[in-house]
Design a protein around this ligand. Sequence first.
Ligand SMILES: *Cc1c(COP(=O)(O)O)cnc(C)c1O
Length: 363
Amino acid sequence: MKQYKLLTPGPLTTTKTVKEEMLFDRCTWDSDYKEITQKIRRQLLDFAHASAEEYTVVLMQGSGTFAVESVMTTAISNEDKALIITNGAYGERIVKIADYIGLNFVQYAVEYNEYPNEASIRKLLAEDESITHIVMVHCETTTGILNPIDMISSVAQDYGKTLIIDAMSSFGGVEMNVPALGIDYLISSANKCIQGVPGFGFVIAKKEKLAACEGNARSLSLDLFDQWKEMNKDGKWRYTSPTHVVAAFSKAIDELIAEGGIASRQNRYTNNNKLLRERLAQAGFATYITEEKQSPIITSFIYPTEQFSFDSFYHFVKEKGFVIYPGKLTDADTFRIGNIGEIDEEDISDLCNIIEDYMGVRA
Ligand SMILES: *Cc1c(COP(=O)(O)O)cnc(C)c1O
């Protein structure tokens, strides 16, 4: 098979050294392995600027959605009610999870290219005092919009609501002070901005909140409280853990630190994203999200003409070594290019040359 670099927002392009960590089969109950889990948990707290007194980290087998579902079923009891804010498919997936579990919730939906409105949210909270939790996606990977985390954080703090943030595609690539933002549960996964391979998700949780959740979960495997209690003893996971993925993730964390930490990685992503958008604008591609709302993670581009064939474009670009992503919108013809992962300026420049060739606009 011809190899290519992934410009998709997870799984993404990882380093050779991260992949090489998976060449050794580790024992799940051996102390060396359990120490890797504990190391990861400590380092994720550091990335979040959180202290071990106030916060804890729980790792959960499965893709990111499993971790989201584990938070929804564990953190929200039958007496609670969630306000789920949506402007994309990942927010809508959370609504679907809430439906499946049978949670009490209200959905506040806005257009995919718009921010949720602060006044509307405050009004909803003022009118319905039974709401206990607010749930929002940070970077909506559907479009690439970066939702206003400061706004929702201050609203949640003003009204004293528990705040759940799906920061799947942003954590590790966008600086976030989790305690300062008053986030009670932040969810992300191994194969996004930390640049590991797929296989588990993680939750950075305020201990005081999680400690009150015993017995809430309607699922055995996804019980975040039980998972925490077990893992917190000595780093042994409840049920088989994805050993290869965990080892690779530990290496990916070391490489993130070596890169200079989250701020440096955010810089690389931001510069690459700017270069991509500038060059593609010159080649005739407009973006779906306006610049001030755009994340440094992934960008939705509108088809340049009515005759544009994504299929032919995709295969042309893939043949030259890059895989991009179809769009996920119903009201506009778009495709997406992610720029997270082990991708440097030269890669983006190569990609833009390829796209200019396709469009027949190469200088
Ligand atoms: C990737 C992602 C998820 C999880 O998706 P999985 O396919 O389960 O890994 C959830 N929310 C957002 C915003 C994402 O980008």
